[in-house]
Design a protein around this ligand. Structure first.
Ligand code: ASP
Length: 348
């Protein structure tokens, strides 16, 4: 495990967390970085045609490009995270907003969270059915309410008060997600026939192995980091089920003094380990660098409990880590030197 270099610890102490003492080190001036994910999963290359792979890459690329423009123009990391996630939410390829998966009883219930690493302010929403861009509602909860997590009708009533864009539930219908639900329900039935026994519950075993949640972490030119995540959850989930995404510290976390993290995968595994906050804690208490912290939490602890998924993470100097335990995670990043990366599968 790699200890963080001494200069980095000094930098964090001197520059992060306390706005009165904040200084930007000379070589960080004007620098920004951004990373996104479009979900992880046990993805087999052959299951996606070349055209489909290209479509995912193009969608990731355009979201990344828009987010980085905001940062290049001096926008905040919170602005970049929200805008980038809105683009991914509007794209039916991903399991968030327009492309959200269905619950067992045929609804779309959306969760989202955003966190500002500069001041630890955060907002989250769970189980909303009419909000076109859940990430914007999460931001509104962060900025315009005294609460952190609002759910279901309460969250939607707040959205109406705030003038957040509202859509009919039919907006979220996509044929491929509907078909995925039917397949999952069929799988459950088949399993029942084969075993010959009645299972206690088929609802707690979602079949989808591609987690299409979207997330973004960013470092702005002011030296602040932020994280956001948005999801439809798991195909065939029981209605009312809430995953890790809106649980601050599990699926989403940001703190200038450590890192910003957005996770994707089977939410229950991430909640159990409090993955996003645990990565931050490794940096704080074990004083390791970002990559080592991610490796120890995702590639070791999460793997040990057979957890499926991954995360994207960034720190105050623009280091980026994108570990995952699955065979793929749709992801992209632009680092502090402007180098862009987009990938879908494991890199050998
Ligand atoms: N983590 C999300 C959840 O469990 C699912 C995903 O990442 O696609 O709700």
């Amino acid at each position: 495990m790699k200890k963080a270099p001494f200069w980095f610890l000094l930098f964090l102490l001197a520059s992060c967390g306390d706005s009165t003492t904040k200084q930007t080190t000379p070589d960080m001036k004007g620098k920004y970085a951004i990373a996104i994910h479009g979900g992880a999963g046990n993805l087999v290359k052959m299951n996606l045609t070349n055209e489909e792979q290209e479509a995912y890459k193009t969608a990731l690329d355009s979201a990344l490009t828009e987010g980085s423009k905001i940062l290049a123009n001096g926008g905040t990391s919170v602005d970049a995270v929200e805008a980038t996630i809105r683009i991914l939410e509007d794209c039916p390829l991903f399991n968030a907003g327009k492309g959200a998966v269905f619950t067992h009883d045929g609804h779309n219930e959306l969760d989202a969270a955003i966190m500002n690493g500069e001041n630890l302010e955060c907002g989250a929403i769970a189980g909303v059915r009419h909000i076109k861009n859940p990430i914007s509602l999460a931001r509104r909860v962060m900025e315009k309410s005294e609460f952190i997590l609002l759910q279901s009708e309460g969250a939607e009533e707040f959205a109406r008060e705030q003038g957040i864009e509202w859509v009919d539930t039919s907006y979220f219908f996509t044929q491929h997600r509907w078909d995925q639900l039917q397949e999952a329900i069929e799988d459950d039935k088949t399993e029942l026939d084969h075993s010959g026994k009645k299972k206690a519950s088929t609802l707690s075993k979602p079949r989808e192995e591609k987690f299409g949640t979207v997330g973004c972490v960013a470092l702005d030119v002011h030296g602040n980091i932020a994280a956001g995540t948005s999801t439809g959850g798991l195909t065939n989930k029981r209605y009312g089920r809430v995953g890790d995404t809106p649980i601050i510290g599990s699926g989403t976390y940001a703190d200038n003094t450590t890192c910003a993290v957005s996770c994707t995968g089977k939410g229950e595994d991430f909640i159990r380990l409090n993955v996003a906050h645990d990565i931050a804690s490794m940096i704080r208490y074990a004083q390791v660098d970002l990559q080592s912290a991610c490796d120890s939490v995702v590639m070791k602890k999460l793997k040990d409990i057979k957890g499926r998924g991954g995360c994207i993470a960034i720190d105050c100097v623009g280091n980026i880590a994108m570990p995952f335990t699955t065979t793929g995670m749709f992801r992209g990043s632009i680092d502090v030197n402007g180098e862009k990366k987009i990938a879908l599968y494991e890199e050998k």
